[in-house]
Design a binder for this molecule. Structure first.
Ligand code: GSH
Length: 212
């Protein structure tokens, strides 16, 4: 049976959540259609999108008529239903750790997200960014300490093989690295390695093409 897969993303290709779902499908070698949603025009609030997505957010995956939002639910669903590169470790504890990282990155560290936008991952800021606030510096301290603890010495992967948690942790750290905020050199190496992954670079290319 042939299956139809559609991924709805933001039309500017800046959303870290849409990017995670895109990286997941690309890692699986899935054949999928990409549908950009113009968030500035409020397309996510149109009745047809809202009724399918329930949340009015991107990303949304539609797989053979099954619509799903919330990016970590999407990456888990993709892992469960598509063959190809594993997105999560097989070991139960490592898998739980990967899910922990995904959940944490979505629910904490808000000041880093606010003061170090994903825009800077794709284009140099027009003017130097203001220094991080005290609250953001505290969040950076927590992020760096956790990453140092989680990433084994001499390794460029959290669990001995790539996982979607590597992409997501590296993206959060790259909010700092990309604009020259200080992070320990081995974490900066980790970020550069992860950012060079072909699935990640495919999304970067979409962003650049859109920025024109
Ligand atoms: N928790 C959601 C967050 C998704 C999200 O916040 N998407 C933003 C783009 S980055 C969005 O759709 N914003 C449009 C809106 O809120 O109207 C996920 O992980 O998918």
């Amino acid at each position: 049976m042939s299956s139809k897969t559609i991924l709805y993303t933001d039309s500017g290709f800046h959303s870290p959540y849409a990017m995670s779902a895109y990286v997941a499908l690309t890692e699986k070698g899935a054949d999928f259609e990409l549908v950009p949603v113009d968030l500035a025009q409020g397309e996510q609030r149109r009745p047809d999108y809202l009724s399918q997505s329930l949340t009015g957010k991107v990303p949304m995956l539609v797989h053979d008529g099954f619509a799903l939002t919330e990016s970590s639910a999407i990456t888990e669903y993709i892992e469960d239903t598509f063959p190809g590169t594993a997105l999560y470790p097989r070991d139960a504890r490592q898998r739980a750790r990967a899910r922990q990282i995904q959940a944490w990155l979505r629910t904490d560290l808000a000041t880093i997200r606010q003061e170090r936008s994903t825009d800077n991952l794709f284009a140099k800021p027009a003017a130097p960014l203001p220094a991080l606030s005290a609250t953001a510096r505290e969040a950076v301290g927590k992020l760096v300490a956790a990453a140092e603890h989680l990433l084994p010495q001499e390794s460029l992967e959290l669990f001995g093989a790539w996982s979607i948690a590597d992409f997501e942790l590296a993206l959060m750290l790259n909010r700092l690295v990309a604009v020259g905020d200080a992070v320990p050199p081995r974490l900066a190496d980790y970020v550069r390695h992860q950012w060079g992954r072909p699935s990640v670079q495919r999304w970067v290319a979409l962003n650049q093409r859109h920025a024109g």
